[in-house]
Design a binder for this molecule. Structure first.
Ligand code: SR1
Ligand code: MG
Length: 400
């Protein structure tokens, strides 16, 4: 039965699991076990043995960084399901899952040392160019493989069933990303005094509330594909060109643009915090979209098993269908990008990138740009027709 692990309890648990003990090699007392939890929610341990190593991740019955906030344990089950579901499509871009214990809510997976979390690599200026092309491919492959276009509708219905119970983490997203920043809420941290007017505006502007309401509705109703659901720069690890997406516990069926928008917004915040890296980040943002769009088009070309888009079309009409699909993803991406920018700047779960600002004044400028750009994107998303138009809305920050 469930008990939160300590290094010694984990040592004992691993010693009871032959296949895992064999990966580690040597005897249990020789295993080096370190707790390295640094996300908001879970316990994470790295285990080094004589011949192999493992990463063990366990749910806690509360939010790790806010113990007074209870949280159901089942998120580990959804993470395991997500990893198993998308592994066949994404060709090695996730860690290997070795074992899931449904009583302990414990995942045992590939230990990715010497990989580094992308956010830390960006902060330490160690991220190599071009990682976003790989993320673009990952999103294209994972959302295409789990869509209604690539598989019989019975499989899509099964995914809806398997992931619709992930309500506790979807509730976090609904509250933290789609609602709290736009209303007074105890979870929102006390803002810098100079941001109070910007926040007051966000919380009282009916025009932005109309757009946010529409994005809430799209998030909850557009069950296009299986999403990662929390694809930010802390959910990616890399070592040179080996890039892996981790932490799929927020997985749900939803609008494809949500994964795209969250990822790009987190990259963009890095550029706001470190303006001299604006060109590097702008290139990554473009690389993501071009890779995503070209991989998705290629996969759509090969799709033949879906019950959506099952009728053959003359080439010109097929192209038009794909253009319209990408266009709607672009618009969703822009809207969710705006929401993510705002919540990471004024909401409960902020990001470490802002600590790179050299002075309080520079941090204020970066945060104001994030709120303003987020606001603009949320309102303008529905009017965007091209990726260049999306980039143009970011351009004032890249030029600053
Ligand atoms: C209470 S959890 C806060 C945030 O951490 C996760 O990584 C998600 O981004 C969530 O919104
Ligand atoms: Mg996470």
């Amino acid at each position: 039965s469930y008990i939160p692990l300590t290094p010694d309890l984990l040592r004992h648990w691993l010693s009871q699991h032959n296949a895992l003990s064999q990966i580690l090699g040597g005897t249990p007392p020789t295993w080096r076990i370190r707790e390295v939890s640094n996300g908001n929610l879970n316990l994470v341990f790295l285990v080094d043995g004589l011949t192999g190593k493992l990463c063990c991740k366990q749910s806690l019955p509360h939010v790790r960084v806010a113990p007074e906030w209870p949280m159901p344990l089942e998120r580990a089950l959804y993470e395991a399901r997500y990893m198993q579901t998308i592994a066949p499509y994404v060709q090695g871009l996730t860690p290997q899952l070795f074992y899931y214990d449904s009583d302990m809510f414990l995942l045992v997976m590939e230990n990715l040392t010497p990989h580094e979390v992308l956010r830390s690599a960006l902060i330490g200026d160690r991220a190599p160019e071009g990682f976003s092309s790989i993320i673009g491919r990952y999103v294209a492959q994972s959302v295409h493989g789990t869509s209604w276009i690539s598989q019989p509708f019975e499989k899509g219905s099964q995914l809806l069933t398997e992931f619709s119970g992930n309500t506790a983490l979807t509730r976090i997203t609904v509250d933290l990303i789609l609602t709290d920043p736009y209303r007074p809420c105890d979870r929102n941290p006390k803002p810098l005094p100079e941001l109070e007017a910007d926040i007051h505006f966000l919380q009282n502007d009916p025009a932005i509330h109309v757009s946010v309401n529409k994005l809430q509705h799209r998030f909850l109703t557009q069950k296009q594909s299986l999403l990662h659901g929390d694809l930010h720069t802390g959910s990616i690890m890399l070592h040179h060109s080996d890039v892996r997406v981790i932490d799929g516990e927020f997985a749900l069926m939803g609008p494809i643009g949500f994964d795209c928008g969250l990822y790009l917004a987190n990259l963009f915040i890095h550029a706001l915090a470190v303006p001299h890296k604006a060109h590097f980040i702008q290139a990554e943002i473009s690389a993501f979209w071009h890779s995503f769009a070209s991989h998705l088009r290629e996969l759509l070309k090969q799709s033949s098993r879906g019950d959506a888009w099952s009728l053959s079309l003359p080439s010109i009409d097929r192209q038009k269908l794909w253009d319209e699909f990408l266009h709607s993803i672009l618009q969703d991406m822009a809207g969710f990008f705006g929401l993510e920018l705002i919540r990471r700047t004024i909401g409960f779960a902020q990001v470490a990138d802002y600590t790179l600002c050299p002075t309080p004044k520079a941090e204020l400028v970066a945060r104001k740009q994030a709120v303003l750009t987020g606001h603009t994107l949320i309102k303008q998303a529905k009017h965007l027709h091209t990726f260049d138009a999306f980039l143009n809305l970011l351009a004032p920050c890249f030029k600053a």
